[in-house]
Design a protein around this ligand. Structure first.
Ligand SMILES: Cc1cc2nc3c(=O)[nH]c(=O)nc-3n(C[C@H](O)[C@H](O)[C@H](O)COP(=O)(O)O)c2cc1C
Length: 355
């Protein structure tokens, strides 16, 4: 018997592949997951509107099954640029890394990235089967228009209050994202430091507080985790790090290798790569700049400053300086194809629920 999430979206298994922003999503991964009966997702927050239109066409050509495209909702203050003096101080902090990698002086006027209203307009016009959001509740018009076009919407909550706000906004389903999860924390009602609830505690509280389907995220990487989430009251799961490790993901070889290495046993929340707290495997950069955690500028200023470092380190396969996003279950992941992973998850979940 299919559950509410499968019925809402039209999928076989209540397994969502978490979207990856920052260039780590691929059409091949999303299509493989959707073809295998889960919901494949693509993180589009750095894409320009025209690229979003092309992306939805590419995804629709790659799979006949439902898929999701994800956007970041802008938070207040993201359009504020630092003064020239502040900018110079921010550059000084990362100068040792710029010099070691032989990178030029950052440009204070570098563009911040695409505008959310233009991205949302392009995505609504392209009408993917599912739109998912993180970092907030999109303005009301977006949700109303999605419903008019038959697009299912999914919001992301890190606290019970955020889940209630997402349901009140008319969004169809909510990801309950525990602090175990890899990548950026999506807190939007209170600061991240006041919004860190582990998946095991968050999921049953969200399930009690809302009536829309709940998708548990954070620290789930095998069938035992899926079974636990369903037992806690979730209607499905969203897995990020587990899919990041698969052959089809856009993570670099060094990133994938590190997911199974000794350093992945304990991950850290760090603002150093983007200005917004995100969970990553510690490396030379997070250790050497640890004293500046509180001083680096907010997103997107720090993200723009670090972009050349992230790219150069990624290209060069240097685990020392690259953003090794990962959740707390990274050591449970393994390198295999996405379809195999879904098959294993389904079998393991059934076995765990029988026990
Ligand atoms: C590399 C990476 C990038 C991510 N980017 C996004 C994103 O752009 N939007 C989003 O909603 N979630 C994003 N997430 C969160 C995942 O979609 C998912 O909710 C999370 O990874 C689940 O926790 P887990 O990593 O423990 O499986 C990202 C996660 C990772 C690991």
């Amino acid at each position: 018997m299919a559950g509410r999430l499968e019925d809402l979206i039209g999928i076989d298994y209540p397994i969502v592949q978490g979207p990856f922003g920052g260039g780590l999503s691929t059409v091949a991964l999303a299509a493989a997951v959707s073809d295998a009966g889960g919901l494949g997702s693509f993180g589009a927050h750095i894409l320009e509107p025209g690229e979003i239109t092309a992306l939805v066409a590419d995804l629709a050509a790659a799979t006949t099954k439902p898929f999701a495209v994800n956007l970041w909702v802008p938070q207040p203050g993201e359009d504020i640029r630092p003064s020239p003096e502040e900018f110079a101080a921010h550059v000084e902090r990362i100068r040792p890394v710029l010099e070691e990698l032989g990178l030029p002086e950052p440009d204070a006027a570098a563009p911040f990235g695409p505008s959310f209203p233009a991205q949302a307009e392009a995505l609504l016009a392209a009408a993917p089967p599912v739109m998912s959001f993180v970092m907030g509740v999109p303005p009301g018009g977006v949700i109303t228009e999605a419903r008019r076009r038959g697009i299912v919407t999914i919001g992301t909550a890190t606290t019970v209050d955020e889940a209630v706000a997402i349901e009140a906004a008319g969004i169809d389903a909510v990801v309950a994202s525990g602090s175990d999860a890899g990548g950026h924390r999506g807190a939007f009602l209170r600061p991240v430091a006041e919004s860190l609830v582990g998946t095991f505690a968050l999921v049953p509280q969200v399930a009690d507080a809302v009536s829309i389907p709940v998708i548990a995220a954070g620290g789930i990487a095998d069938g035992r985790g899926v079974a636990a989430a369903l037992t806690l009251g979730a209607d499905g799961v969203q897995i990020g790090t587990g899919f990041l490790a698969t052959a089809e993901s856009g993570a670099s070889a060094v990133h994938k290798a590190t997911l199974h290495g000794p350093d992945a046993k304990v991950t850290v929340l760090t603002r150093l790569f983007s200005g917004r707290p995100a969970r990553a495997i510690p490396n030379r950069l997070t250790r050497e700049l640890a004293a500046h955690e509180a001083d680096v500028p907010p997103y997107p200023v720090q993200s723009a400053l670090m972009l050349p470092i992230r790219h150069a380190a990624g290209r060069g396969g240097q685990a020392d300086f690259v953003n090794l996003w990962a959740g707390q279950a990274a050591p449970l992941t393994s390198a295999r194809g996405a379809r195999d992973y879904i098959d294993v998850l389904v079998k393991e979940t059934e076995a765990a629920l029988r026990r």
